[in-house]
Design a protein around this ligand. Structure first.
Ligand SMILES: Cc1cc2nc3c(=O)[nH]c(=O)nc-3n(C[C@H](O)[C@H](O)[C@H](O)COP(=O)(O)OP(=O)(O)OC[C@H]3O[C@@H](n4cnc5c(N)ncnc54)[C@H](O)[C@@H]3O)c2cc1C
Length: 456
């Protein structure tokens, strides 16, 4: 299989990332596929999308499923993310979406995304596992005075469209319920979502799906895909295979070109990086007026996301780096560590205990994509959650299971999400496209700041 977008160091399926999440849960032993199997639905990728599809198929529809992952389950983004349960899984504003899709379709998309936030609460409760929930809703902070108006405007659109409560906070009010620091100029509280332990969520889905009879295999990368009459045959690196009438592709940011004709170049993966500091004392938190367990994102296009973990470490995340080399990851860490110190000066130089990175997935539609490929309605896919897949990916898995089990009688997938997005350039060119987008977004943010200073 060809067409990896980044350096090989991002595709080491034989080891897990040295993340805070891996250090704070116990993984169950998961076997590799060492024999040939037959099932109803074969699922490629054992993250939220694949595991949720397997759980919903087996539990709600009595349909057998086998999940194959190249690494261990949740080896990918589902085991590495920031744990923000948030909306929207899209990279367009509400007015932009309404302009493109219409108001009704945009509202349906938002309601679907909000249901994903609800699912992240109800599913663990129903299945009896703990995701270590924290916070209430999400906070969006204006990191520069020029960006508060945009946040307030979008919050108004969200409330008008969906009824989700939003609260505008000036700088003092934000410090009271959020934090202080040098890049806090007020913000908005959005009354949907929360924060969780992302790997605990994924492993909870794994446990629940396994209890319902789904067979999940680790270290079983699909390296060949044959068609045999009405059956698909997925062959893994060990030579063992799974036969199934239907296949679900749930590989998101790690989707390799060459896996399935029709799906090549539909995803633009981007690298997201996370640092986790040593625990902070009460006095250190007070020094930055830190008062919250609610997760925060800032208003830059290339944003920072951060949250206080249950043991009072700060998790600090940012997108960046267009090569994926380990040297570039080191440079990213240095830059993020410096920027963390810029935001919260009294924490400058604070010890970082964990750092890791992973791939998020963008699409040309700027929203996720769910459906079945045109030339074979038995091949299903869901991907492209735009770094908001904690809520959206398990929802997509549920939707895939419904559409496999119920066909035309399944609840409609919102139009914004339906079908394949356009293609990106070939793999090597995608890195260039990403570098161009980062330059453009960075420049746009800077221009906004300059215009604001001129207007003052
Ligand atoms: C650093 C980081 C921070 C993030 N923060 C947030 C956040 O705070 N909130 C939020 O909502 N979202 C966040 N995201 C995004 C979110 O994690 C993803 O949208 C979500 O996990 C996608 O789930 P998935 O199951 O579709 O894909 P993944 O979890 O990426 O799973 C894909 C799986 O496919 C497997 N695979 C690939 N190729 C093959 C093959 N040939 N054969 C078998 N298996 C294969 C991989 O091993 C991988 O396990 C973040 C992502 C990253 C990387």
């Amino acid at each position: 299989m060809t067409g990896r977008v980044f350096d090989a160091s991002l595709y080491c399926y034989d080891r897990v990332e040295p993340s805070y999440w891996e250090a704070t849960v116990e993984r169950p032993a998961v076997p590799s596929l060492l024999q040939d199997e037959t099932t109803d639905v074969a699922i490629i990728g054992g993250g939220y999308t694949g595991l949720s599809t397997a759980l919903h198929l087996t539990r709600d529809h009595g349909i057998e499923a086998v999940v194959l992952d190249a690494g261990v389950p949740a080896w990918g983004a589902s085991g590495r993310n920031g744990g923000l349960v948030c909306i929207p899984p899209a990279k367009s504003s509400i007015p932009e979406m309404v302009g493109r899709w219409g108001r009704e379709a945009t509202e349906a998309f938002y309601r679907w995304a909000i249901a994903g936030c609800d699912l992240a609460r109800t599913l663990p409760a129903d299945e009896g596992f703990d995701v270590r929930a924290q916070g209430d809703g999400n906070l969006q902070v204006a990191d520069h005075p020029s960006r508060l108006a945009g946040l307030v405007e979008e919050a108004g659109h969200l409330t008008a469209l969906t009824g989700v409560p939003t609260r505008v906070l000036d700088r003092a009010a934000f410090a009271e319920i959020g934090h202080g620091g040098t890049e806090q100029f007020g913000g908005v509280h959005v009354g949907v979502g929360f924060a969780l332990h992302p790997l605990a969520y994924a492993l909870g889905l794994l446990g629940a799906a396994s209890r319902r009879g789904a067979r999940v295999y680790a270290h079983s990368p699909v390296v060949r895909w044959d068609r045999d009459g009405t059956e698909h045959r997925l062959i893994t690196a060990s030579g063992s295979s799974v036969r199934a009438r239907r296949v679900v592709v749930a590989t998101n940011g790690w989707t390799p070109d060459g896996l399935r004709r029709g799906l090549d170049a539909r995803v633009l993966p981007a690298i997201s990086n996370i640092l986790v500091t040593r625990p902070l004392s009460d006095a250190e938190l007070a020094a930055e007026s830190w008062n919250t367990e609610t997760a925060i994102v800032n208003a830059r296009t290339l944003l920072f996301y951060y949250r206080l973990l249950p043991d009072r470490r700060l998790l600090f995340g940012a997108r960046g780096d267009t090569t994926g080399t380990t040297a570039a990851a080191d440079r990213m860490q240095v830059w993020m560590h410096r920027r963390l110190g810029d935001l919260f000066p009294s924490w400058r130089g604070i010890k970082v205990d964990y750092r890791w990175r992973g791939l998020v997935a963008m699409t040309r539609r700027r929203a996720p994509s769910i459906g079945a490929v045109e030339d074979d309605p038995c091949v299903h896919y869901a991907f492209g959650y735009h770094a908001a897949g904690v809520a959206a990916a398990p929802m997509a898995g549920k939707a895939l299971a419904e559409s496999i089990a119920l066909g035309a009688a399944a609840p409609a997938i919102p139009a914004v999400l339906r079908g394949l997005p356009g293609r990106f350039p070939i793999a090597a060119m995608r890195r260039l496209a990403l570098a161009g987008a980062y330059l453009w977004y960075g420049g746009r943010d800077r221009l906004q700041e300059l215009r604001h200073s001129d207007a003052d």
